[in-house]
Ligand binder design. Structure first.
Ligand code: PBG
Ligand code: ZN
Length: 340
């Protein structure tokens, strides 16, 4: 039997003398001893790029986020860069959809043009791109269909080709989010074969079939026309299965592994941090953003404080990088607190 912990005796023997509050007494001490930070240089800003021209389009469920035509996307990415945000993650929209998502592989599509525009003006801004078919397929699934189901192995070469098109345009990272088995290996091989060994794979190691992607599907016009994504995305009830997905992506040659959504999967992130030395990213997804925005707007909580707390605990759980729609806000808040 373990001995029971001795009772705390104020002014008494050993255990009672430890007073945790001593380290929290003044703001100087709290700053000195804070374990984690949220530097702007750890943030990745997700952006929606659309074909065609015209003014940025607002997205009802994502207040503050817009879909940009290519030139505006380039400018907006430059603004983010100017705020100290080191990286963007580009999501494309399609002009014309078809069952195989042809436009996803078009070198003159919105995303490749945006990459080239950004790299011409701001070569230091790190550009990552989403690699998935759902915004380009007429049925809205992340891969091609066979007999009404998503065909894993027939999808792999299409994802690989999309990634190579982005790499050729100058992307630093390609981020396959389709949750097809072996997609990381397929991309890695295709990139190496085509002379893009310097382009990295930012793997969505664990991507859950989450209700928190709702606003994104409005933004990218990528909701599945039938069924859902549970044949390929992870069941939120399963943690060990998520661990295995992450381990496989590391084995397949991922350079960075991402967990998504962020707060609803902090346990998976923390476990991945213990198992792997690889850089880890967390994606604070559209629904997490929308939830915080709505609660802030309703006066239910202090938006900036709630956002900073959420992002800081994602760091505490083990994220090196955080993909967040709040990136420009965080950069602005950080500047303001420096000025004080
Ligand atoms: C596309 C994709 C999605 C997200 C990132 N890539 C949506 C989905 O899987 O339906 C979600 C991002 C967000 O909600 O912010 N495969
Ligand atoms: Zn998809």
């Amino acid at each position: 039997m373990p001995r029971p912990h001795p009772p705390a005796r104020p002014g008494g023997g050993f255990p009672a003398k430890m007073r945790m509050r001593r380290l929290r007494r003044t703001s100087g001490l709290r700053e000195l001893l804070a374990e984690h930070d949220l530097p702007v240089r750890r943030l990745v800003y997700p952006m929606f790029v659309r074909p065609g021209s015209g003014a940025p389009e607002t997205i009802r469920s994502l207040p503050g986020i817009r879909r940009y035509a290519v030139d505006d996307a380039v400018r907006h990415a430059g603004d983010a860069h100017g705020q100290g945000i080191p990286a963007v993650l580009l999501f494309g929209l399609a002009h014309r959809k078809d069952p195989r998502g042809r436009e996803a592989r078009d070198p003159s599509g919105a995303v490749p043009r945006a990459i080239r525009g950004i790299k011409r003006l701001w070569p230091d801004l790190v550009v990552a791109t989403d690699v998935c078919l759902c915004a380009y397929t007429s049925h809205g699934h992340c891969g091609v269909l066979k007999d009404g189901r998503v065909d894993n192995d027939a999808t792999l070469p299409l994802l690989a080709e999309m990634a190579a098109v982005h790499a050729a345009a100058g992307a630093d990272f390609v981020a396959p989010s389709a949750m097809m088995d072996h997609q990381v290996a397929a991309l890695r091989h295709a990139l190496d074969d085509q002379g893009f060994s310097g382009t990295g794979v930012l793997a969505y190691g664990a991507k859950f079939a989450s209700a928190f992607y709702g606003p994104f599907r409005d933004a990218a016009d990528s909701a599945p026309a039938f069924g859902d994504r549970r044949e390929y995305q992870l069941d939120p009830r399963n943690g060990r299965e998520a661990d295995r997905e992450i381990d496989l992506d590391v084995e397949e040659g991922a350079d960075i592994v991402m967990v998504k959504p962020a707060l609803p999967a902090l346990d998976i992130l923390a476990r991945a941090r213990q198992r792997h030395a690889i850089p880890l990213a967390a994606f604070q997804v559209s629904g997490e953003y929308a939830m915080l925005k709505a609660a802030g707007r309703a006066g239910a909580l202090d938006e900036a404080a709630a956002v900073m707390e959420s992002l800081t605990v994602i760091r505490r759980a083990g994220a090196d990088l955080i993909v967040t729609y709040f990136a420009p806000d965080v950069a602005r808040w950080a500047r303001r607190s420096e000025e004080r």
